[in-house]
Design a protein around this ligand. Structure first.
Ligand SMILES: NC(=O)c1ccc[n+]([C@@H]2O[C@H](COP(=O)([O-])OP(=O)(O)OC[C@H]3O[C@@H](n4cnc5c(N)ncnc54)[C@H](O)[C@@H]3O)[C@@H](O)[C@H]2O)c1
Ligand SMILES: O=P(O)(O)OC[C@@H](O)[C@@H](O)[C@H](O)[C@H](O)CO
Length: 390
């Protein structure tokens, strides 16, 4: 079986490539970095190290890579693949849509009607569906009709913390021991070769919302408050009792919404939160707050980890003061090497915080979350300015 994976980055090599290879898939990474591509082609393997006390290392084999710019080769790989996965970042899905469409076109032209599954392993709700919406406009009607019969885009949730890497070997990747990959089973076509360790479920929403609105909400809250306090890593933030308590409070607020919406057991959910806080505090993992807080415009967008749980909680009559404060902290994320952080600061500077919340976060002025976020933003900003002055 052959898999084509877009993005040879941290989660691509540290999780998806590893899982696929362990399930006897040959993995072809479609990547951008020429040095990594050449190394993957030459070595056809790379090491993965677990962030545990023993630093257990395993070798992922049966891998190779090609450059995303080699359009004909990418199309040929897709035309004969069984599975396509992606981990390029949600915003980059639009960049890989055309190459994927070219591959589907060639596949249909070759009359290859074997099932092809395309799974976006991004932090997004409905990531594969979003990818499909980007791919289909590049297909003619006949190809589209054929593709409807043999190409499926199952949505998924992926969970494993893989920080920015710092190894002598550019292919080596350190990952946390925990992992969870959940795939929407009803979208699987006959003939799909199951990936070992993946959890297949009939309803994905509870899983993806639990993951995004607990792990990712808590994570970015740690990052944004930590950044404001001058911490460099998530582990440092977790070591600061008041900040750790703040992060937990936010997770309890999203948890209250998730428990009502999905009927989760409150005790089990509380334990889930504890486990996640322990994962954040992993003494063997160094994860920068700037990675976890990256792309704040995406994280503050209406369907992502901050706004969506707050708005859903509000619909259930649940108040989210800590989550709303975290939105304010996110709006103060001004890390200069993050393009979105710079754009965010520019937008707020030009139009004001209220316009930002209305236009970019989709929360109208009358909504209590809007008003509370503005108030907390002004308060935190004032505090930040007085710290700078003293
Ligand atoms: N790192 C984690 O802990 C983690 C965990 C779960 C999910 N995710 C999700 O996985 C995705 C990737 O995150 P990451 O941490 O691995 O980031 P990363 O920056 O390490 O990897 C992304 C890779 O995609 C490549 N890429 C971008 N555009 C591309 C294109 N057009 N063609 C080919 N390659 C392209 C980049 O060069 C990079 O190597 C994100 O959506 C993220 O939210 C990350
Ligand atoms: O990848 P992002 O930017 O959506 O979010 C940053 C981190 O929260 C994220 O990568 C987590 O480490 C990961 O989602 C854990 O499964």
């Amino acid at each position: 079986m052959k898999a084509v994976h877009f993005g040879a980055g941290n989660i691509g090599r540290g999780f998806i490539g590893h899982m696929l290879s362990a399930s006897d898939y040959e993995v072809c990474f479609v990547a951008r970095n020429p040095k990594k591509i050449a190394m993957l082609q030459k070595r056809q393997e790379y090491p993965i190290t677990l962030a545990n006390a023993e630093q257990d290392t395993t070798i992922v084999n049966n891998v190779t890579a090609i450059n995303v710019g080699e359009q004909d080769r990418v199309a040929e790989e897709i035309a004969s693949a069984d599975l396509i996965t992606t981990a390029v970042g949600v915003s980059a899905l639009e960049d890989i849509a055309e190459p994927i469409a070219k591959g589907i076109y060639l596949r249909m032209k070759n009359n290859n009607s074997a099932p092809l599954h395309i799974i976006a392993c991004e932090n997004a709700i409905g990531g594969s569906t979003r990818l499909k919406k980007r791919v289909y406009p590049f297909l003619d009607e006949v190809t589209r009709e054929k593709a409807e019969r043999s190409v499926s885009f199952p949505n998924a949730a992926v969970d494993r913390i893989v920080p920015v890497q710092d190894h002598k070997d550019p292919l080596q990747v350190t990952v946390e021991p925990f992992y969870e990959w959940v795939v929407h089973r009803p979208a699987l076509l006959e003939g799909f070769k199951e990936i070992e360790g993946v959890h297949y479920v009939d309803s994905l929403e509870p899983y993806i919302e639990r993951k995004m609105f607990t792990v990712n909400t808590g994570h970015c809250v740690a990052a944004y408050f930590g950044y404001l306090e001058g911490f460099k890593t998530i582990r440092q933030v977790m070591g600061h009792a008041p900040l750790r308590a703040k992060v937990r409070k936010v997770m309890e607020e999203t948890g209250a919404m998730l428990i009502v919406k999905h009927g989760f057991n409150p005790q089990k959910h509380s334990k889930y939160i504890d486990t996640i806080l322990e994962r954040f505090a992993n003494p063997n993992l160094t994860d920068q707050v700037t990675r976890v807080g990256r792309s704040p415009l995406r994280k503050l967008s209406p369907y992502d980890r901050l706004v969506r749980p707050a708005m859903q909680a509000s619909e259930f009559g649940i108040e989210t003061p800590h989550l709303t404060s975290a939105m304010a902290a996110a709006m103060l994320f001004n890390y200069e090497h993050d393009e979105e952080a710079m754009k965010l600061q520019h937008l707020i500077h030009e139009d004001g915080v209220s316009a930002f919340i209305r236009e970019r976060m989709g929360i109208h002025e009358e909504h209590p979350v809007h008003q509370h976020a503005v108030a907390r933003y002004e308060e935190l900003k004032g505090r930040q300015e007085s710290t700078i002055l003293t």
